[in-house]
Design a protein around this ligand. Sequence first.
Ligand SMILES: NC(=O)c1ccc[n+]([C@@H]2O[C@H](COP(=O)([O-])OP(=O)(O)OC[C@H]3O[C@@H](n4cnc5c(N)ncnc54)[C@H](OP(=O)(O)O)[C@@H]3O)[C@@H](O)[C@H]2O)c1
Length: 246
Amino acid sequence: MTKFLVTGSTGQVGGPAAAALRAGGADVVGLTRSGGPEAVAADLVTGEGLTKALTGIDTVVHLAAGNDKRDLPMLRNLTAAAKAAGVGHLVMISIVGCDLVPLAFYRQKVELEGIALASGVPLTIQRATQFHTLIDQVFSVQKFSPAIFAPAWRFQPIAPEEVGARMAELAMGAPQVRAEDIGGPHVESVRELHAEWKEATGSRRPAVIFRMPGKMSAGFTAGVHLAPASSFGKQTFAEYLAKKYR
Ligand SMILES: NC(=O)c1ccc[n+]([C@@H]2O[C@H](COP(=O)([O-])OP(=O)(O)OC[C@H]3O[C@@H](n4cnc5c(N)ncnc54)[C@H](OP(=O)(O)O)[C@@H]3O)[C@@H](O)[C@H]2O)c1
């Protein structure tokens, strides 16, 4: 029986990915820094505990992240240990259009994809659009501002739970290097997303939607971070908000 390791199994994508694999009857162990009843303890940044965690593992679903520079040593350590352990499939997440927007975090995503590709471990990379939680956060963090400021871009937000389920589905299949990009059910303007957020949260603060100059903004304005051909997700941003703020 294939044995799966899900890194970041306490995370917003890793949790649902591990749950979806278990629901399908798979043999799954999670990986977090503190471990737990269904997870081994290992630190991907230092590599501590990794060799033991990968013993007997056939497929790794990599969803652990610090969402900062630590993600590079984390993946380097993971791929080196996975290669040494003879892992047959590494499934990892990335971001739609990360190679087309000159943003430091996106450049790092491209670097991470390159590390995985060069590792020699059979691979599937799944790029996804922005999560509902991220769009919500963009508005929510401005809680002390008299208005909500946001650039005039569009987004195609997707539920992290649905991304997790997709990662599980890919893990149960054969390596395909790059899976087709996935996004949420609708592409919406920031103005529309803010209106939904305002309605759900009861906020009375207006939106100040501004045009941002520069190449980074030009990429987002052109919509290179969208996947309109693949509206994989079912839950809309409004449905996510209604559930969270009811
Ligand atoms: N947000 C978006 O819109 C979006 C869109 C596309 C792709 N993504 C990508 O989706 C991935 C998941 O991100 P997320 O924000 O959803 O993650 P998250 O919920 O913050 O979860 C991060 C997970 O990583 C684990 N972790 C962190 N540092 C670790 C370490 N040193 N060793 C072992 N485990 C560690 C955490 O476990 P412990 O803390 O318990 O150790 C936790 O389970 C990221 O690669 C992100 O870039 C995000």
